[in-house]
Design a protein around this ligand. Structure first.
Ligand SMILES: Cc1cc2nc3c(=O)[nH]c(=O)nc-3n(C[C@H](O)[C@H](O)[C@H](O)COP(=O)(O)O)c2cc1C
Length: 305
């Protein structure tokens, strides 16, 4: 028997496979298709202080080996999340761990959402989205070292729950940003959010995406995600959640070998909603074949020389 569990953030994840923010709603959306509570966990759509309608259409389109999106953080807002979404999560998810993805335009926005959720139960901790390329200022905190330090420090004062910061790959040296998060009290990191990109309709000579630009995700970004994860793990002690282009167990294992304790799957779920359960099964099979009894032993097991 292979043990897929991972101990981190003071709790046990039953397996390392989570669904990525913005691609699984609040869990309920997938519940007719897969056993959501059998997953390692889910990360909710970003929650902002106010309800947001998001960007004008077209908001998603396919690209070679992936997709482009500019949803613009459309979400039900803090009160809507508490009233409309958290009750389902509380009732249906007891084994899968839930991270609430938090977004905002200012330190006050982020802290306000976290403080507004502190008295609620039903979720483990927060994933702080400082890396959204699809709203004005969405990557401001993720690309400026001082702003990031101030934000993480302020959030650390606001909560004792696990605080995970989701980094953008769109910086020269992601290791520096990883280190800043750790130094200011983050419990973990998620690497990576989408890459900024564009798609142009040559007949209309217009951008395909209503927001003009968007974020690229899916298999196209997997090597960059693995690279970012590897770079970040070399600079910090805190655990890392690997994200970007994961479509199967082998992809997930690349991230784990590079140093990720957990992984998240996003875009691949749109093409095949069984990707996450298949990935869990596939990880078990690979471990069995390789004679690995604890998947946790594979974290960072990459041999470079
Ligand atoms: C439609 C869509 C919406 C997303 N919304 C969010 C979001 O609200 N917050 C966030 O941190 N990341 C968001 N992301 C980024 C994903 O969580 C993930 O980091 C990225 O898509 C890379 O993983 P993937 O290649 O497996 O999709 C979104 C991605 C997509 C495709």
């Amino acid at each position: 028997m292979v043990d897929l569990s991972q101990e981190l953030f003071g709790t046990t994840f039953q397996n390392p496979v989570l669904l990525a923010s913005g691609t699984c709603g609040y869990g309920e959306e997938y519940s007719d298709l897969i056993a959501v509570d059998e997953l390692g966990g889910i990360v909710t759509k970003a929650v902002t202080p106010e309800r947001r309608l998001g960007n004008p259409p077209t908001r998603i389109s396919e690209t070679p080996a992936g997709m482009i999106n500019a949803i613009g953080l459309a979400n039900v807002g803090l009160d809507g999340f508490k009233r409309e979404k958290l009750p389902w999560i509380r009732e249906h998810l007891s084994r899968a761990k839930v991270l609430v993805n938090v977004a905002g335009r200012s330190v006050e926005d982020f802290v306000g959402v976290v403080e507004g959720l502190e008295d609620e139960d039903g979720f483990l901790g927060y994933e702080i989205n400082v890396s959204c390329p699809n709203v004005e200022g969405g990557t401001m905190f993720g690309t400026d070292e001082l702003s990031l330090a101030q934000l993480v420090a302020a959030l650390r004062r606001a909560t004792r729950r696990p605080l995970v910061v989701k980094l953008t790959p769109n910086v020269a040296e992601i290791g520096n940003f990883a280190r800043i998060c750790e130094e200011n009290g983050a419990d973990g990191l998620s690497t990576i959010n989408t890459f900024p990109g564009m798609l142009i309709d040559v007949e209309t000579r217009r951008p395909v995406i209503g927001n003009v630009t968007g974020g690229i995700s899916g298999p196209a970004i997997k090597p960059m995600g693995v690279f970012a994860t590897w770079k970040a793990t070399s600079r910090v002690e805190i655990p890392i959640i690997g994200i970007g282009g994961i479509c199967n167990a082998r992809d997930a294992l690349e991230y784990i070998l590079a140093g990720a304790s957990l992984v998240q799957i996003g875009t691949a779920m749109f093409a095949d909603p069984f990707t996450a359960p298949d990935t869990i099964r596939g990880l078990r099979e690979i471990c069995e074949r390789q004679g690995v009894t604890r998947a946790a032993d594979l974290v960072g097991a990459l041999e470079v020389r």
